[in-house]
Design a protein around this ligand. Structure first.
Ligand code: NI
Length: 162
């Protein structure tokens, strides 16, 4: 097990676009294993390779339903919308309310290069969008919900909490 250093706010690598993975080899397995350990150690529910300084399209996610490994993931379909507080291991101690799809379908590859497909709703949908955004150099701070949307949701859901 190896914990890697998580890059934080201000590190220019976080704005760069990651490259597709072409080789499904031992080096990739080590990266995935280290990313998993680093995510659990930091108590996060998702981590993209760029956050540990590796510009490859690799993501790990665990929202409490088990570990998912996604190589070269793409959002294939989205439905609905949701507004909820979101944080990021690269922006420690911060959070913001984002506007995301409520449901997504994701196509990716697993560590053996086989095609896999996942669907996620709610928190899992947010995690897919958040991590895939990282691969294109985007942070959740670029997806903040406009104040008008937050006001509308608050009006429609009296018990809604950020
Ligand atoms: Ni993040």
């Amino acid at each position: 097990m190896a914990i890697r250093n998580i890059r934080t706010k201000g590190d220019p690598i976080l704005k760069l676009k990651s490259r597709r993975v072409e080789k499904f080899d031992r080096r990739l397995f080590t990266l995935l294993d280290d990313m998993r350990d680093t995510m659990y150690e930091a108590d996060g529910c998702g981590l993209a390779a760029v956050q540990v300084g590796v510009l490859k399209r690799v993501v790990v996610i665990d929202v409490g339903e088990g570990l998912l490994e996604l190589i070269n993931p793409e959002i294939a379909e989205v439905k609905g919308e949701q507004c909820a507080a979101e944080g990021c291991l690269s922006l420690p101690g911060e959070s913001g309310v984002t506007l995301r799809p409520m449901w997504v379908r994701v196509c990716a590859q697993n560590r053996n290069g086989e095609t896999v497909e996942y669907t996620g709703e709610g928190l899992l949908a947010r995690a897919f969008c958040h991590e895939i955004d990282h691969l294109d150099g985007h942070l959740y701070t670029e997806r903040l919900a406009p104040a008008a949307v937050i006001d509308r949701i608050r009006a429609e859901n009296p018990n809604w909490e950020e």
